[in-house]
Unconditional design. Structure first.
Length: 258
């Protein structure tokens, strides 16, 4: 026997508001509901299951158009085709998210450079090439000075305190470094949780010289991170650990354990 639910009951069970349920029905994301003699909408268990699937797809960042396409596979009643489509969608969104990380970190570097330049000089009259309002001021030092790029929400600490959660690379170098890591991490077979970080286990196809080069370079510019390359019966692994405040950065750059 199929249970009939009123819209308020479905809203409570699914987490979607009554207005959202009506909208989903209007655009075809939900099938047209049944009606009581009094004209009230009623829903069944199948609708609740469909809403659970929609909720999961939204958690994975799918748009309503993408969800509408996915529900066609879900209605088929076989998990395989649904997983296949979700796998493709998740891979695309993961690539997009990683690119956004690169862009946001690069923007962070550029904004901090701008903030520093705006504090350097204050002309007596109109804006000029030294104030930072029109152009990036030309450095007066012959050798470029490293600039800290704040990667997390934790404030930068003084030299007397712990190592700051920061990277000393400029924006162009930072973008290239992240792209190098993304290319190398394609060779990761699995990720395992460890205390304060993650262990990435590489496939035999991984270029070990590149792993060693990047690890050494990263330790030099991001001193709040700790790296260890391990070789044992589990395979070749890269262990990355960090303070609690920097764990989101570790997971963003090196992946989340399964």
């Amino acid at each position: 026997m199929t249970t009939a639910y009123k819209i308020k009951d479905v809203a409570e069970r699914s987490g979607f508001s009554a207005a959202t349920l009506r909208y989903y029905e209007e655009i075809g994301l939900l099938p047209e509901s049944s009606r009581t003699p009094g004209g009230y909408r009623t829903y069944d268990d199948h609708t609740l299951a469909r809403l659970a699937f929609i909720s999961r797809a939204k958690q994975l960042g799918c748009s309503l158009d993408e969800i509408a396409d996915l529900t066609l596979a879900w209605e088929g009643g076989s998990c395989g085709p649904v997983q296949d489509r979700l796998r493709i969608a998740v891979a695309e969104k993961l690539a997009t998210a990683q690119q956004q990380i690169v862009e946001l970190l690069t923007l962070t570097s550029e904004l901090q450079t701008a903030a520093a330049s705006l504090e350097a000089q204050r002309p007596e009259d109109a804006c000029d090439d030294t104030c930072g309002c029109i152009t990036v001021p030309t450095a007066t030092d012959a050798a470029p000075q490293p600039q800290f790029i704040r990667l997390g929400s934790k404030p930068l600490l003084s030299e007397a305190d712990d190592v700051p959660i920061a990277c000393t690379l400029g924006s162009d170098s930072l973008k290239g470094r992240i792209e190098d890591w993304q290319h190398l991490l394609r060779h990761v077979g699995r990720r395992e949780p460890i205390d304060h970080g993650v262990r990435a286990v590489f496939k035999t196809s991984a270029p070990l010289d590149e792993l060693m080069r990047l690890t050494a370079a990263e330790q030099d510019c991001c001193q709040f991170l700790n790296f260890a390359i391990t070789v044992d019966t589990r395979g070749i692994g890269l262990e990355v650990t960090a303070p609690a405040g920097a764990l989101p950065i570790v997971q963003s750059l090196f992946g989340t354990p399964a």
